[in-house]
Design a protein around this ligand. Sequence first.
Ligand code: FAD
Ligand code: NAD
Length: 484
Amino acid sequence: MSDKYDVIVIGSGPAGYVAAIRAAQLGLKVACIEKWKGKDGKGVNGGTCLNVGCIPSKALLDSSHKFHEANSAFAGHGITTGDINIDVPSMIERKERIVKQMAGGVSGLFKANKVTSLFGTGKLLANRKVSYVNFEGKEQILDAENVILASGSIPVAIPVAPVDEDVIVDSTGALIFQEVPKRLGVIGAGVIGLELSSVWSRLGSKVVLLEAMDTFLAIMDQQIAKEAQKIYKKQHLDIRLGCRVTGTEVVVSKGAKEVVVTYTDKDGNEATETFDKLIVCVGRRPFTDGLLADDSGVKLDERGSIYANDLCSTSAPGVWAIGDVVRGPMLAHKGSEEGVMVAERIAGQKTVMNYDIIPNVIYTHPEIAAVGRTEEQIKADGEPYNVGTFPFMAIGRAVAADESDGMVKIIAHAETDRVLGAHIVGPCAPDLVQQVAIAMEFGSSAEDIGMTVFGHPTFSEAVKEAALAVNGHAIHMPNRKKRK
Ligand code: FAD
Ligand code: NAD
């Protein structure tokens, strides 16, 4: 049996499902194949993001933040409560309800847009044919004018800490703990390490993060990373840099399993720590297992990503690849925008994507958010620049809300004043950075942002003041640079 589609998408994560919907909106006949199975054995759309990534992690971050606020911040507002307890299974159940609702939303959108949703495994064959094997094992060969590969990524595994889904887990296992681990170890102090440590530390875990690099958050602007590191220290996150894990052993002590981790610390000394749970989060890798037939014509690059150019064309004509499975940051919104671009190009439009302006957020409290280049990158590029910073402690709204940790940093070209980057640690950082992202899309200068009227009192006044500070004109703080 053969079926012909204008577009077949393999993978329904935020890259694939957005591509499928946009292509269908443009009048194309679209099918999307997804192999994710729910607990009930039925197919689920939404990929990593909705099922075990962005959405569930944020649900737990929000629950744990409320618990932490109730425990530590309410009293300062004159609010007294009785004993505060956390019912972990209820918190996890709430998260699962949210996941179900959001993943169901994708299926609803497929229906509304007439995308054919196929549950099972897709494999690209030669000449844009796709083998589709459903959950019962029945194969169908589908024909397509265009195939979009959006198979995503999976956690990187390290042999010294093999995941057993019990004591040693990856990010997925860390979203379903049924009780708060008293001692939590985390290998890798990157985005996932910091977000998941925050969840469990707020609920009472004593957390130790073992990070291989000597520099904390090396990809972020280092002034902001250092500011964040100070804040995390106050939150009792024990971040140990320059540590190489050399072994792990799961043992039973007093009837309970625990894991003994041996590592070499930053001075080269051997050390051990014992934890009730250990999360391994040392990065993610592109997932292409079983996706490509030998004669599909699609090439991988040296990192195992599907080779794709800036327009997401692969080495096979009519085959496109988007999201985590191709080069670039592994972020949901990056994949979604690629999905829109590819769908529109298939429909004959000339859409391009601006890879220079992709916001990046770490959802700790406060959050860290960035867009554009860091000061270190701009310096390395040899461009002249000015920096404006503004602390939240000088922002009335932040002081009123007890959210005065952190700062906004804006970097602009020294000659043109065009904004090159914004880096924020502090309240509402993701939403504030988005304001600068919009300004950057329109080629704005720091002066343009500084001249914009901002509502008062708002957290976003810190953006205006940092933009003014670029040229020495901040009002609510003495300026280091004095200019007329
Ligand atoms: P995925 O979401 O990985 O989807 C790929 C889909 O393809 C999967 O459903 C898979 O089952 C399916 N698939 C693979 N092969 C086949 C096949 N052969 N046949 C059929 N189906 C197939 N990003 C953010 O931007 N913000 C965040 O806050 C954020 N938080 C995160 C938190 C965690 C804990 C994790 C793990 C990730 C987080 N991410 C976040 C990253 C984000 O989840 C990914 O960047 C995003 O999901 C990638 O989208 P994608 O569509 O490329 O791939
Ligand atoms: P990451 O790259 O952010 O961090 C991994 C960390 O592990 C790095 O600091 C790295 O130096 C360290 N590391 C690597 N090998 C190690 C080892 N053997 N021992 C100790 N440390 C080691 O990766 P991640 O935190 O696993 O997240 C994966 C990706 O998922 C991210 O890069 C991001 O793209 C995406 N993500 C995004 C968000 C978000 O946008 N808020 C949240 C979660 C995940």
